[in-house]
Design a protein around this ligand. Sequence first.
Ligand code: ADP
Length: 314
Amino acid sequence: MIEIKNLSKRYGNHYAVDDISFTINDGEIVGFLGPNGAGKSTTMNIITGYLSATSGTVSIDGYDILEESTQAKRLIGFLPEQPPLYIDMTVWEYLTFVYELKGCTFNKQKHLDEVCELVKISDVKRRLIRNLSKGYKQRVGIAGALIGNPKMIIFDEPTVGLDPKQIIDIRNLIRNLGKKHTVVLSTHIMQEVQAVCDRIIVINEGKIIADEKTASFNNAVNQNTRYRVKIAGPQKEVVKLIRSMVGIVSCELHGEREGDAFTYDIESAQNIDIRKSLFRALAEKGWPMLGMEPIGMELEDIFLKLINAKGERK
Ligand code: ADP
């Protein structure tokens, strides 16, 4: 269990992390989500003992990360945003180096073989790290984090710079590791936490603005209340009709025209699905609906929504 209490980190007058508290229970896969500059890396570096806090405490299974750092660090594997790989070593040399650095007592050959197998790098273990693709380098970094079989693994932006195939592979790998380890995944990519994590903690400007199970997070942010709809019919009357409908918050012309059809952005009140009533109302008028697609929320919209929701709860 990772317990973080009233953690702050100040640089000059600026709080990179501002009085945050949360607990991560054994077996959880937790996403730590926030835009760039939110304070994610700072938090991860403090949790793993790489950086000291200005105030507050971190304990790992009851061991204070500063006071009992040897015991605490033994329980954590860390993949920093830029893994410190020695690129002139072979994969095997590097993993041996990490094994010795961590003072591991497992059978070396067997343990390293198992780790290589787990992250699927057995076929490149004699290769120089510098000659590996970015995806494979990232796997080597993950292998390093797994040495010593730590109970908890912390990943900081593990898919940055990878191509789509590599991203999927690394996400699958992390999800798999989550079956046996407690996992914290720090990222600015919402889809990443939605794909991998059970619980999502959202951080913005150093403060936690949401801490939810992924399912309820998805409910909060994924309600499709906005649609882009293409309708053939007289533009002004179409807008008038839609705006008069129950549950419609706004209807604006989007501007694309195709023959007698226009595209509109329509927003409904939350929890109201306007699709059927919209279809019927247009059909009654004889104005065919030629297309309808949900307008996805951008991360910025989601942060605003979460910040507003938090304000309302107070
Ligand atoms: P994230 O990982 O979410 O992108 P960081 O934890 O890296 O965010 O940074 C949080 C804030 O702290 C940012 O405003 C960043 O500029 C600032 N910061 C991080 N490290 C330092 C540092 N060593 N000196 C001064 N400011 C820093």
